[in-house]
Design a protein around this ligand. Structure first.
Ligand code: SF4
Ligand code: SF4
Length: 453
C-alpha cells in the first residue's frame, strides 16, 4: 500500500457522512492524453451515428433486429438458425474480454465505453461551456436562484434533453434500421403511441443518467467494473501512481509527489489514484495529464502517474511488456482472426429437412413414400435457384408448389414427398441423404430418416 491514508476504503467517495450524494466537481482535463482520447471518442461517435446508414450489399453495417431474430454484423445476416455461430462468437467474445482485461486492464472503460464517451466527451463538455470549470460550477450550484443561474441551468438541461432524445433515436436505428426509423417518425404519432412512449422513457433515462446519476453507473452499477477485482493482477496494464518514485510525498523526503492533489481534482470519479488500484478508477488518463503538468513545473520527469503495472512499479522498470502480456496479446489476435474467419466462412445456405410430424409412410404399387418439411435460408446476397436431389437412393422427389428460387437473405419453406422403390427399403428406419444444388453445384448435403414397414 503506497500511502498511509486508508479511510478511502470506508465508504464510496461520492457519499457524504450521512449517506447522501456528494457531487463530484471534476476539473476540466487537458493535455496529451485528453487530446488523444478526444480524437478516439469523436471517431467512435461518428461511427456510432453512421452505422445505420452504412450499407454493405444493401444491408446495414450492423442491425440488431431482436423482434425478427435477425442480426446483421458487418453486412452478414445471422438468423435464429445461426445460434451455433452466434454462440461461438459470443463465447470467443467473452474470452476476448477476459484476456483483454487481464492484459490491458480498463482500457475499454477509459477509451471506448459509451458511458465514458457520452459523459466525458459530450455532456460534461457542454457543462464546461455553459457553467465553466469546477470552481465556477461549484459556486453556481451553491448560489441563490438568480436570472443568470436560471438561464444557465435551463440552457444546459434543455440541450441535455435534446441530446438524450437524439441518442435514443440513433440507438433505435441500430435495432430497427434507418428506413423503418424514418417511416416511424414521418407517420402520425397516434399510429405508434406505444413506441413513442418507449422512446420518451429511454430518453428520460439517458437524461437522468447523464445529468444526475453520472459516474455512479461506473462505480455502483456496471458489472464489468465489478469484475476488475478478479480479472486484474500485478501484471495488468493500468493507469497507476508510481509510489516507488513518488513517496514519501509532499517534500518530506526524496519522493517526487508534491502532494498538490491535482490528480484528485481532475478525477471524474473523485478518487485519489495514489491509494492504488480502485474499482472507481475508469482509467480515463485525466490524472496522468494533470500530474505531468506538475512534473513539468517542478522540473521532474513526466510519468509519475502513467500506464504501467504493479509489477513494473515494484521492479523499478518502465516496460510493461512481459512474457505473459505478449502471449495473451497473441491469443487475442488468434481469437479475433477466428471471429473474422467465422463471419466470412459461413455456408451459403442452411437447410433443415424434417419428416412431417404425425405422418408415417404411404404405400404405392412399387414405392413407399414419406412427407417432409423443408426450410432453406439463403445467406448470400444473390437470388439462388435451388434444386433438391436424393443422393443415397433411387427414387423421386415431388415438391409442393413452385420451383425453389430464394431471394437474397431470404427463407424458403415448403413440403415435399419422397418416393423410394420398395426393394430399397429394408428396415423401418432408413437413413437417406439429400443434396441441395444450385446450377448443378452441390451446396449442402442433408441426412435424415425414411420410415418404412
Ligand atoms: S498530481 Fe502528481 S504530484 Fe500532485 S498529488 Fe497527484 S501524484 Fe502527487
Ligand atoms: S484515478 Fe485517474 S485514471 Fe482513474 S478515473 Fe480518476 S482521473 Fe481517471
Amino acid at each position: 500500500m503506497p500511502t498511509q491514508e486508508l479511510t478511502f476504503r470506508d465508504k464510496p467517495i461520492n457519499l457524504n457522512e450521512r449517506g447522501g450524494r456528494k457531487w463530484v466537481y471534476a476539473k476540466k482535463p487537458s493535455g496529451k492524453w485528453w487530446k488523444r482520447r478526444t480524437i478516439v471518442a469523436w471517431l467512435l461517435l461518428g461511427f456510432w451515428v453512421a452505422v445505420p446508414f452504412i450499407r454493405i450489399n444493401g444491408n446495414p453495417l450492423i442491425l440488431l433486429d431482436i423482434a425478427n431474430r435477425k442480426f446483421i454484423i458487418f453486412g452478414a445476416i445471422f438468423w435464429a438458425q445461426d445460434t451455433f455461430i452466434l454462440a461461438l462468437l459470443m463465447l470467443s467474445f467473452v474470452l476476448f474480454i477476459v484476456l483483454f482485461t487481464v492484459t490491458y486492464g480498463r482500457l475499454w472503460c477509459g477509451w471506448t465505453c459509451p458511458q465514458t464517451i457520452f459523459l466525458e466527451m459530450v455532456f460534461r463538455r457542454i457543462e464546461y461551456l455553459i457553467e465553466g470549470d469546477y470552481r465556477e460550477r461549484h459556486q453556481l450550484d451553491n448560489s441563490p436562484w438568480t436570472t443568470k443561474k436560471i438561464f444557465k441551468k435551463t440552457l444546459k438541461h434543455g440541450i441535455f434533453i435534446l441530446i438524450s432524445v437524439a441518442m435514443t433515436n440513433v440507438f433505435l436505428m441500430w435495432f430497427i434500421g434507418s428506413e423503418r426509423w424514418l417511416q416511424l417518425i414521418t407517420e402520425p404519432i397516434s399510429q405508434h403511441l406505444g413506441g413513442f412512449g418507449i422512446m420518451l422513457l429511454i430518453s428520460a433515462v439517458f437524461y437522468w443518467i447523464y445529468s444526475f446519476f453520472r459516474e455512479q453507473i461506473c462505480t455502483m452499477v456496471c458489472p464489468y467494473g465489478r469484475m476488475q477485482g478478479v480479472l486484474l493482477d500485478s501484471k495488468s496494464i493500468m493507469v497507476a501512481y508510481d509510489y516507488v518514485r513518488g513517496e514519501p510525498r509532499g517534500g518530506r523526503g526524496s519522493g517526487d509527489c508534491t502532494d498538490c492533489k491535482q490528480c484528485i481534482s481532475v478525477c471524474p470519479t473523485g478518487i485519489d489514484i495514489r491509494n492504488g488500484t480502485q474499482l472507481e478508477c475508469i482509467n480515463c488518463t485525466a490524472c496522468i495529464d494533470q500530474c505531468n503538468k506538475i512534473m513539468k513545473v517542478i522540473g521532474k520527469p513526466q510519468g509519475l502517474i502513467r500506464y504501467t503495472s504493479e509489477a513494473a512499479i515494484k521492479g523499478g522498470h518502465s516496460s510493461v511488456w512481459n512474457a505473459r502480456n505478449r502471449a495473451y496479446t497473441v491469443v487475442l489476435f488468434i481469437i479475433f482472426a477466428f471471429f473474422v474467419f467465422t463471419l466470412v466462412s459461413r455456408p451459403e445456405i442452411e437447410t433443415t429437412i424434417l419428416r412431417t410430424p404425425g405422418l408415417i409412410y404411404q404405400e404405392q404399387d412399387s414405392t413407399y413414400s414419406n412427407v417432409y418439411n423443408i426450410k432453406i435460408v439463403n445467406k448470400t446476397h444473390e437470388e439462388m435457384p435451388l434444386e433438391l436431389r436424393l443422393l443415397s437412393h433411387k427414387g423421386k422427389i415431388q415438391m409442393a408448389g413452385n420451383s425453389m428460387v430464394i431471394k437474397d437473405q431470404d427463407k424458403f419453406e415448403s413440403t415435399f414427398l419422397v418416393y423410394i422403390p420398395k426393394p430399397e427399403i429394408t428396415s423401418d428406419k432408413t437413413e437417406i441423404e439429400f443434396g441441395i444444388f444450385s446450377n448443378d453445384k452441390l451446396l449442402e448435403k442433408y441426412t435424415t430418416t425414411f420410415v418404412g414397414p
